[in-house]
Every structure is written in C-alpha cells, then in structure tokens.
Write a protein that binds this ligand. Structure first.
Ligand code: XIL
Length: 371
C-alpha cells in the first residue's frame, strides 16, 4: 500500500478515513462506459448487484428544471416524493385530499419506468392543523387510520412500497414500549401501529410495507437500536403485515461509526424476516471545517464506509438518497452550518456535477456482494 501519511489531507482526518477516501478516488478512475461522460450510472451499478438505487424528488424543480430532471433520470431507478404525499400538503383543509403533485410524480415514475416509494402515511410530524383537536381526542386513531387507508388506496397498484409508519420510536419520551409521546400511540400502543399495517395491506395488497426510522447508525445510538429491535419484534409477533425496515440514514460526517455494532444490528433486523432499505441517505458536514475539498473527501469516505457495511447484509435491497444534488437539500434549512456555508451532503453539487460522494456510492455498489 502506498504511504499517504505525508499528504496534506492526512493531517486533517484520521488515517483510516483517509485511506478509505483515497481508495474511493482510485476506484472512481476505473469505470466502464455508459452515458456521454463515460460513467456507468448508479442505477446500472446497483442493478448489476440485484440492488436498487433511488432518490427523493421534489415536484417543484423536477418539473421546472431540466438539468435536475435529467440528473434524476440518469442515476435513479426508484423515486420517492419529498413531501408531496404527506398529510399536511395533501389535505390542508378537512375537505377531500388533493394529490395533484403526488400524481404528477407518480405519472413521471410511470412514464419513465421508475419504481415509486410512498412516503409516508402515518407520521406524528405531519398532520394538518385542522386535525389537531381530533387527533388528541377520542377519534384520533380512527382519523389517522382513515387517512392512511385513503392515501394508500388512492395510489393502489402504483406504489411499490410504502413507509406506512414513520419515526414512532422515541426512548427519550419515556413512554411504554418506547413509543413516541403522540396521542394515537399513547392510546393505541403497538396495537394501533399494527392496525396501520393491516389497513395498508388491505388498501394495497401488493405494496411492500415498511416501518421507517432514524438514528440507529452510530455508536451512541444503542438505546434507539435496542428499542427499535424490540418494537419490530413485537409488531411481527402481533402478526402485523410488515415487510421491511427503512433506515433513513441521515448521516453525520465525523460521528463515531462502529462497523461491528452496525453489522450486528442489521443482521438482527434481518433475523426478524424483514428486508432493509436505506431510505433517506444524506451526509451532513456540519462538524467539518469550511474547506470544500476536505469536506467532500470526508463525506465520501463516510458514505463508503457506511454503505460497505450496509451492502454486506443480504437483507438489504437498496439505497435511496434524500435528494440528488446539494442544490436541493432539507439540511440547508433544517440543519444549517454555523458558518452559514452551504452543506455538501448529496452526490451531485449545486450545478449537478458529480462529487466524491457520487463516486463513493458507485464504488460501494461495485463492491457490493450480488443478491
Ligand atoms: C423533510 C423534508 O425534506 C423537508 O422538506 C420537510 O420540510 C420536512 O421533512 N425524515 C423524514 C422525511 O422521514 O420525511 C423528512 O423530510 C426528513 C427526515
């Protein structure tokens, strides 16, 4: 192995991260041809391994900015709407839901033979304002169930898989079964969540049904990992029709990632008979210094390290990034850097050029065991 210790970057990051990054850079030089740039798309690289690469899309830019649409079509075999299927935007008043933007995205998927993920039917963060009193009252669970049923029924036969329930586990809330402190969970417990899955199965019998959640990747997140495993086990033992666990994968460059712990967690989820998909990958660079080259390198190295472990687990079926380009990322508003620089958290830069993160994903896919 070449000695990189004198390299300028080696002074800024630890040796292992640096070697991973160097490996990704070298691998990125060795590619087979596909599009005009000579790069094989992420989509093709994933397909070769029996995996699916996908990305989140937003209807605004998707239908108004051609280079963004082209970027999506170049790399993605699957798309998921960022907000367009969520409850608040689709039903701002108690009147009938309006799926205009979700429909446009569904049609775009059909026109371009892309797989479509549904996101998300039940999520404590997104009920419209008019539901507030109802949800905390006696009919709360009924209303949430009705919403889930109607949404999933509306897209019956068109959505490959649904995030039926999103982010229900919150050990920090101190509630029974580590459920989040939200009225329908407080009243209905895990049985209510099982009912959401039954309703989803009835509403679209062919769709795969996922539970989706965050923060299970890092060493410090053991409490959440344990809570989620116990929760998934209970859901299964109640006979809930759940097919998979969606791991959001909002990563943080420079957070402590323990490969062995994560491998074990993934295999424990797999042992429950569940498929696994990384559903919202992005890598926040809030902890990194401003230098763009350093940020890009560390973000890429972290991506590669994470995906290598993920893809080694046979139950993993694919990867979805939470956006394709830094131009459109929720992190700019949701989690801004202290120095106000824009985060560089996604595979393409603001101008749709490939970043080291894109090559890191390509490299991880190329080295993934075949399914
Ligand atoms: C985010 C969207 O990206 C933002 O535009 C919106 O304001 C809030 O939601 N976990 C999820 C996603 O499951 O739905 C969230 O998406 C990001 C965190």
């Amino acid at each position: 192995m070449r000695d990189y210790s004198g390299h300028w970057l080696a002074k800024h990051i630890d040796r292992r991260t640096f070697l991973l990054a160097a490996g990704a850079a070298i691998a990125s030089a060795r590619v087979s041809s596909a599009d005009e740039s000579g790069e094989t798309s992420l989509r093709q690289r994933a397909e070769k391994k029996g995996l699916v690469f996908g990305t989140q899309v937003n209807a605004g830019p998707l239908f108004s900015l051609k280079p963004y649409q082209d970027a999506v079509l170049r790399d993605a075999a699957m798309i998921v709407p960022e907000n367009e299927m969520k409850w608040r935007p689709t039903q701002p008043t108690a009147r009938q839901a309006n799926y205009f933007n979700a429909e446009r995205i569904a049609k775009f998927a059909e026109d371009n033979t892309l797989l479509l993920r549904g996101h998300t039917a039940v999520w404590h963060q997104n009920p419209p304002a008019w539901t507030k009193d109802i949800i905390s009252g006696d009919d709360g669970e009924k209303l949430v169930l009705k919403h889930a049923r109607e949404l999933i029924e509306h897209f019956r036969g068109r959505v490959m898989e649904w995030d039926v329930v999103n982010e229900a586990i919150a050990p920090e809330d101190g509630m029974p079964d580590n459920l989040r402190n939200w009225a329908p969970y407080n009243k209905g417990g895990i049985d209510f969540i099982a009912d959401c899955f039954y309703a989803a199965r009835q509403a679209d019998p062919k769709a795969k049904l996922y539970y989706n959640d965050y923060s299970v990747y890092y060493q410090s997140q053991g409490l959440r990992r344990d809570a989620i495993l116990v929760f998934l086990e209970k859901l299964k033992s109640k006979g809930a029709p759940i097919d998979g666990f969606g791991i959001q994968s909002h990563l943080i460059a420079n957070a402590e990632f323990d490969e062995a712990i994560y491998r074990r967690f993934l295999s424990e989820v797999a042992d429950l008979g569940l498929k696994i998909r990384a559903t919202e990958l992005d890598v926040s660079d809030v902890r990194l210094e401003p230098d763009i080259q350093i940020r890009d390198t560390i973000v890429a190295a972290h991506t590669k390290q994470y995906l290598d472990v993920l893809f080694d687990e046979p139950a993993v079926v694919g990867l979805v990034t939470w956006g394709m380009t830094d131009r459109f990322s929720w992190l700019h508003e949701g989690w801004p850097r202290r120095d106000r620089l824009r985060q560089r958290c996604l595979p393409l830069d603001d101008n749709f050029a490939r970043k080291p993160m894109w090559y890191a994903i390509a490299d991880a896919l190329d080295h993934a065991p075949s399914r």
